[in-house]
Design a protein around this ligand. Structure first.
Ligand SMILES: [Zn+2]
Ligand SMILES: [Zn+2]
Length: 149
């Protein structure tokens, strides 16, 4: 008899509006979380330059499963990072290219203070008559010691 009464109480609780609103509340929170997953996936996929609409739809339909699949196969970096890194590499290449001089005759690498190309013997610079620093062939005066060439 006591047990039945206890059982009745539990059933009353489940029938009560409080329980009903709790269920609604939980469903509401789940829907909000689910929609934020969809939104987050859409934004993340767009930043990574992969098909955002497709993945948003995937998460919308498959929910957690779609999100897990997306997290596994999404591109590992943001598109801005890729562009930024490519630019950085270009900058470095230009910097390196400008640091390396090449022989105008044979194209082999030379250094700025080479007087003659070690590969093809082309005359690259002339030594200053006074201080013997390497000067461009067309220079009329040595910029180091001011002596006329
Ligand atoms: Zn050369
Ligand atoms: Zn000189």
């Amino acid at each position: 008899m006591d047990f039945l009464k206890y059982f009745e109480n539990i059933m009353d609780f489940f029938r009560s509006p409080v329980w009903k609103y709790m269920i609604y509340g939980i469903i509401f929170i789940l829907i909000v979380v689910w929609l934020s997953f969809v939104y987050w996936t859409y934004r993340d996929a767009r930043l990574r330059n992969t098909s955002a609409l497709f993945w948003a739809l995937m998460v919308f339909v498959l929910n957690y499963l779609g999100l897990i699949i997306y997290l596994i196969i999404r591109p590992p970096e943001y598109i801005e990072d890729v562009v930024e890194r490519d630019l950085e590499i270009k900058r470095m290449e230009i910097l390196l290219a400008s640091a390396i001089s090449r022989c105008p005759a044979c194209g082999k690498e030379t250094k700025d203070d080479f007087i003659i190309c070690p590969a093809c013997r082309k005359k690259l610079k002339k030594p200053c008559v006074q201080c013997e620093k390497p000067l461009n062939l067309e220079w009329k005066v040595c910029p180091f010691c001011k002596s006329e060439q």
